[in-house]
Design a protein around this ligand. Structure first.
Ligand SMILES: Cc1ncc(COP(=O)(O)O)c(C=O)c1O
Length: 439
């Protein structure tokens, strides 16, 4: 049975394919989990054919491809890749062992020494570390430019520039980058370039997920994900994905084969069976709560600033409404909140310590997109690679900043825990909880 394109994407993520170009499992309700490091080849000819065909796009001919060895290709992982490419509307998908493995592969498989990248100043801390600690020593120059400042972007691009790199929403500040504006810049540059040296627009879509934003529709070339977060959704699997045009597939598969950062089939299966089918319902619920928490935080006297795309005060509201749109066309501000405390009233470190000590529904932990609400301090945790006087350490990793990833708990419990922590630190009597009546 072929996947029904006429069904809504959220339904398709629940049902997935019953047949894929990589594996026919028509009579399963749940996709099967394959766990075989190596494959029976029947003949030397079949083995040779498998190696010959490796790295090419497999179209659905009704014939299962030749599998050779897990690190080259594997059926469960392949089915997940088909689902992710479909959800993002992309030509192909290659998964990796983690989000960082996906990001580094997508960049390193394109870049050669002497090439340049223009990247937004604020990105996830390990991506920043990849740029400053590794690409610098590999002869790749990463220029940091505000990617919403189009004249500055144009000025930074040279004939060596291959990639415009950013996250949107940005981790942790939730700033948005205008994808269509960068597409225009890339098109202007590419009009004078040969196909092999095109300037590519890369976006890390981990915060929004394909449910909340499909960057290819706005002109991105490559979409990156940490599957560890919202797409996995339960905090049990580490993984990453690159959604790219089919022309990039051979070099990405070759890169993955030789550098070896494959996604385990068992992790792929969990994401396929638990993560994707529940994505829409999890994000909808979490975003409902995030809206309440963000509005509550904004009114709190000890909070200096809250960034949440669903708030009226969000500075890029028009762009948010244009880009953060779910499969059904509804505005999807997401489950992440960024806020800064007024440190003359409440110290951020004491705040998260008090959470760790007293809160039940909010957990002091890095990562995001979990069933549980997670809180962390970017400046000393996820974005600590920015410390030490780095020129990029501007907005976003400020000392009083806090990142909150909303989970599936009752909103009133999260608000109750946050309120108790504020009251304890401000030496105020605890506010009465309305747990019995609140939803
Ligand atoms: C936006 C973003 N991209 C990439 C990553 C890296 O993902 P992973 O931990 O799966 O390597 C993270 C991790 O927090 C992230 O927040």
């Amino acid at each position: 049975m072929v996947k029904k394109k006429s069904y809504k994407q959220s339904t398709r993520l629940v049902h997935g394919p019953s047949h894929s170009a990589k594996w026919d499992f028509t009579h399963h309700v749940t996709p099967p989990l394959s766990s075989s490091t190596t494959y029976r080849l029947d003949s030397a000819k079949r083995g040779a054919r498998g190696f010959q065909e490796f790295g090419h796009y497999v179209s659905d001919t009704g014939e299962t491809p030749v599998y050779i060895y897990d690190r080259l290709d594997e059926p469960t992982r392949s089915i997940l890749e088909g689902e992710l490419a479909d959800a993002e509307g992309g030509g192909a998908c290659v998964t990796f062992a983690s989000g960082m493995a996906a990001i580094s592969a997508a960049m390193s498989s394109v870049l050669v020494p002497g090439d340049e990248v223009v990247a937004h100043p604020m990105v996830y801390g390990c991506t920043h570390s990849l740029f400053v600690n590794w690409y610098a020593r590999q002869g790749i120059l990463v220029k940091r430019v505000d990617l919403n400042d189009i004249p500055a972007v144009k000025q930074a691009i040279t004939e060596r520039t291959r990639i415009l790199y950013f996250e949107s929403p940005v981790n942790p500040t939730l700033e948005l980058i205008d994808i269509a504006a960068l597409r225009k810049v890339a098109d202007e540059v590419n009009a004078k370039r040969p196909a092999a040296r095109k300037l590519l627009v890369y976006i890390d879509n981990t915060f929004a997920t394909p449910f909340g934003q499909r960057p290819l529709e706005h002109g991105a070339d490559v979409v990156l994900h940490s599957l560890t977060k919202n797409l996995g959704g339960f905090g049990t699997e580490l993984g990453g994905a690159v959604i790219c045009p089919r022309v990039m597939l051979p070099s990405l598969l070759l890169y993955r084969k030789d550098f070896g950062g494959i996604l385990a089939s068992k992790s792929a299966w969990s994401i396929l069976v638990y993560g994707l089918p529940t994505l829409a319902v999890r994000i909808k619920r979490q975003q409902y709560t995030a809206g309440k928490v963000a509005a509550w935080l904004e009114k709190h006297p000890a909070v200096k600033r809250v960034a949440y795309p669903g708030l009226k005060s969000f500075p890029q509201r028009a762009l948010a409404r244009r880009q953060l749109v779910n499969f059904d066309g509804d505005f999807t501000p997401g489950n992440m909140i960024y806020f800064e405390l007024d440190e003359s009233k409440v110290n951020a470190e004491r705040f998260v310590d008090q959470i760790a000590a007293e809160a039940y529904s909010v957990t002091l932990a890095v990562s995001l997109g979990h069933t549980k609400t997670l809180i962390e301090m970017p400046s000393s945790m996820t974005h600590s690679s920015y410390a030490g006087g780095d020129a990029c350490a501007t907005k976003g990793a400020t000392a009083g900043a806090i990142r909150l990833s909303i989970g599936l708990e009752s909103p009133s419990d999260i608000l109750g825990d946050l309120s108790d922590v504020f009251d304890a630190l401000l030496a105020r009597p605890k506010a009465k909880r309305k747990a019995a009546t609140a939803r």
